[in-house]
Design a protein around this ligand. Structure first.
Ligand SMILES: Nc1ncnc2c1ncn2[C@@H]1O[C@H](COP(=O)(O)OP(=O)(O)OP(=O)(O)O)[C@@H](O)[C@H]1O
Length: 342
């Protein structure tokens, strides 16, 4: 397998900078999730690594080798895209064998590798079927088998699960991770689903307007987002701004948030507690409960505070004692005030 590195990549389309000096390492054998809003440059970055997009400046290295003069088919890359198209009149096995035929792999070796790929995606009994005889998830697994049968060094996945419904998607996430671990292939995965990225990735990168805003292990980025874009894009957060004082942050309504280390802080919805009576917690606000939303095990409460919305996520059982609406206390522990700006 191979490490992928991009250095100072710039790609412009007219006035738009699809990639704006992106430098990033994708570790050997790792699962890297690329996240960002629509139009932030995720697909362009993937296409630049594959060789479909030629950057104006910067370079791509695979296993320490610059690849600007290496054509797409020689870069050792397997790809699965959102609208993976299988050849409808070929069997599953023929579809998977396609890349081996192109490479003129001998019959015995081809048979062995197709069987191996089918087993890996747990479709051993489906080789003779046609794509229309498969479910969406099974077709997706064929696309995976087809991408890895040529033994690429790097796997690029562009929203490969977005066509699947929620339940199947979750099953396929587990499946994808298993396959990736089993073959240990360097994988770069584009998704707009932040939960998916957090679940699957060893490392994530967040793009915005073609720039790499942040990268690192998912938990690290989630727990310490450092900027308000990352805090609100990756998960949800209430941003509080005010004036820094010796013992905390003074909000516009006069409330002191003790222990806060910045003029702007973020608090995650799951770190708020609600109570009808005044709590002991040092960080607390008086707000107005507007709506309780039932969501199964977890529920959401929407509060109004100074004309702004505070979202609180918690166990539905904990919200049951609260009135449907009216004044409430919202509180949190000082360690859950995350500094966004000093
Ligand atoms: N072939 C192209 N011609 C002109 N502009 C392009 C082209 N490809 C991409 N762009 C522009 O480059 C920017 C980045 O696009 P890109 O497809 O990389 O974003 P993305 O993050 O993958 O978005 P999405 O999540 O919507 O797929 C966008 O502003 C897009 O309009």
């Amino acid at each position: 397998m191979a490490e992928v590195r991009v250095e100072n990549l710039v790609k412009t389309y007219g006035a738009a900078r699809a990639l704006d000096e992106v430098t990033l390492d994708f570790p050997d054998g790792g699962f890297f999730g690329l996240l960002g809003p629509s139009g932030s440059g995720k697909t362009t970055l993937l296409r630049a690594i594959a060789g479909f997009v030629l950057p104006e400046t910067g370079r791509v290295l695979i296993a320490d080798e610059p690849v600007e003069n290496v054509p797409v088919e020689k870069r050792g890359i397997g790809m699965v895209f959102q609208n993976y198209a299988l050849f409808p009149n070929m069997t599953v096995a023929e579809n998977i064998a396609f890349g081996l035929d192109v490479r003129k792999v001998g019959a015995a070796e081809k048979k062995r590798r197709v069987t191996e790929a089918l087993d890996l995606v747990q479709l051993g009994a489906f080789g003779a079927r046609k794509p229309h005889q498969l479910s969406g998830g099974q077709r997706q697994r064929v696309a995976m088998a087809r991408a890895i049968v040529t033994r690429p060094r790097v796997l690029l996945l562009d929203e490969p699960l977005s066509a699947l419904d929620k339940a199947l998607r979750v099953d396929m996430q587990i499946e994808l991770k298993r396959i990736q671990r089993e073959i240990g292939i360097t994988t770069i995965f584009v998704t707009h689903d932040q939960e998916e990225a957090l679940t699957l990735s060893d490392r994530i990168g967040i793009l915005k307007d073609g720039r790499l805003i942040r990268h690192g292990p998912p938990r690290e980025v989630y727990d310490d987002p450092r900027d308000s874009f990352t805090a609100t894009f990756l998960g949800d957060a209430r941003i509080f701004s005010g004036t820094r004082e010796a013992d905390g942050l003074r909000l516009a309504d006069g409330t002191l948030v003790p222990g806060a280390q910045g003029a702007t802080i973020a608090v995650r919805p799951e770190n708020f507690q609600l109570s009808a009576s005044e709590p002991n917690a040092p960080c607390r606000l008086r707000a107005h409960l507007v709506q309780k939303i039932f969501g199964g095990a977890l529920g959401t409460c929407l509060l109004d505070w100074q004309g702004e919305v505070i979202k609180v996520v918690g166990r539905d059982a904990d919200f049951r004692a609260l009135p449907e609406s009216g004044p409430v206390w919202v509180s949190w522990q000082p360690e859950h005030s995350v500094t966004i700006s000093p």
